[in-house]
Design a protein around this ligand. Structure first.
Ligand SMILES: [Ca+2]
Ligand SMILES: [Ca+2]
Length: 422
């Protein structure tokens, strides 16, 4: 029994020893882990500290750069202001230099610059001496006519100006006779600060010569003159052989050319039709009124044979009604107020027209020629057997490139027509 107790005690002691050993191992392991974590934490803390330092350095750099940018912006603003101020100063100085150069030129009695370039279209010009056009070839600007005049060409920034010094007289000879009969004026730019007389001659074969005086009252500046060629009569404009200038002092010339008259456009020239819309034919007591009757859209369709009728105005003043095979033929003409064959004399008679834009009148000359309706004339409407007038005057209230509105006074009121150009 005693041995048994001893054994149990020993066993219990041994079990207790084993349990203590496990706990110690676990504690050691945990302690090791704790130490590792402490080590890791220390490492991370060190890294964080390093990163914080880097961040501070970067922030400092950003601050420095921002300050630099701000300083540069301020400098730039200052420079911009300086540049503007300097630009204004340079412009002012440049103006002063120009003003002084003009004064010096005026004191010397010479042009400061070539005259303003002409603006006439090249196809309207026959040029003798100009930088703005192609000049007639082969002109002799200084033939020996025994004159004392000294002729030179002065260069103003690449722009030639012809100078007559010690002028008594000076000729110009064309290589071949010029035909300027289709031109309307002689253009001359001239400058003098001392001439008291200046006559410009056109000369045709014979010789036939006529002078026109160029005014010399505006001294020390370029003068521009357009002399009507008709004023040189009886010089033969289709056979111009020479110019001659007679005068005194020193005179500069430029832009000597013949210019055609501007062509006045004839807005009527072309082919017109009554506008295919409601209201394009209307009659009433007043000009433009449709109070008594006005074509409606259905009427335009019904009268297709009429709305294709053409009113042809030639550039030569000719006029014709071109109706094709059919037009609207009314009862008084022997028709049935329906499409039918045009009835003489309202079937395309030969006619002419005259248009007075100022008065706003358009006259169609020729019995049977008309605009709009054949029956409407000045003072009434035609009926069967009525004499057909030899002309009709229409009043024009609208005329442009594509629209024409005309009215004819029939005494009691007006027929009004709207037309469109093809
Ligand atoms: Ca020139
Ligand atoms: Ca027709």
């Amino acid at each position: 029994m005693k041995r048994m107790l001893l054994f149990l005690t020993l066993a219990a002691t041994m079990m207790a020893c084993t349990k203590d050993d496990d706990q110690d191992a676990e504690i050691a392991s945990l302690t090791e882990q704790l130490n590792q974590l402490k080590t890791d934490l220390a490492g991370l803390t060190a890294q964080l500290s390093t990163l914080n330092s880097s961040n501070s350095a970067l922030e400092a750099e950003v601050d420095a750069l921002t300050a630099t940018v701000s300083a540069l912006q301020t400098s730039n603003a200052t420079l911009t202001t300086d540049t503007t101020t300097m630009g204004a100063t340079i412009a002012a100085l440049s103006d002063q230099i120009t003003a002084l150069a003009i004064e010096i030129a005026a004191l010397k009695g010479v042009p400061y610059a070539a005259p303003t370039a002409p603006t006439a279209a090249a196809d309207m010009v026959m040029s003798i001496f100009s930088d703005s056009y192609t000049n007639v070839a082969g002109t002799q600007f200084n033939p020996n006519w025994g004159q004392s005049t000294v002729v030179t060409t002065e260069d103003y920034d690449g722009n030639d100006v012809m100078k007559y010094a010690s002028l008594n007289y000076q000729g110009t000879e064309f290589a071949a006779a010029l035909d300027v009969s289709t031109y309307s004026v002689l253009h001359v730019d001239y400058f003098t600060s001392d001439a008291t007389a200046l006559d410009f001659f056109l000369i045709s074969s014979g010789p036939v010569e006529v002078a026109k005086a160029l005014p010399v009252t505006s001294k020390g500046q370029w003068n521009s003159i357009d002399i009507p060629l008709s004023s040189f009569s009886p010089v033969v404009l289709s056979d111009l052989i020479q110019f001659k200038v007679v005068g005194n002092g020193t005179v500069y010339f430029d832009n000597i050319y013949f210019k055609k008259a501007a062509v006045v456009a004839n807005p009527l020239a072309g082919t017109w039709k009554i506008t295919p819309e409601a209201g394009s034919l209307a009659v009433g007591p007043a000009k433009g009124s449709g109070e008594w009757w006005s074509i409606d859209a259905a009427g335009v369709t019904t009268r297709a044979c009429y709305y294709d009728d053409q009113y042809v105005f030639g550039t030569d003043g000719s006029f014709s009604n071109v109706m094709g095979d059919q037009t609207w033929v009314e009862g008084w003409q022997g028709g049935g107020d329906a499409c039918g064959t045009p009835v003489a004399p309202h079937n395309g008679a030969t006619a002419t027209y005259t248009y007075d834009a100022t008065a706003g009148t358009l006259v169609i000359n020729g019995a049977g020629a008309y605009i709009g309706l054949a029956k409407a004339y000045n003072g009434g409407e035609l009926a069967a057997g009525t004499a057909v007038p030899s002309s009709i005057t229409y009043e024009v209230t609208v005329v442009d490139a594509s629209n024409l509105t005309v009215h004819v006074n029939i005494g009691t009121g007006y027929w009004n027509y709207k037309l469109t150009k093809e």
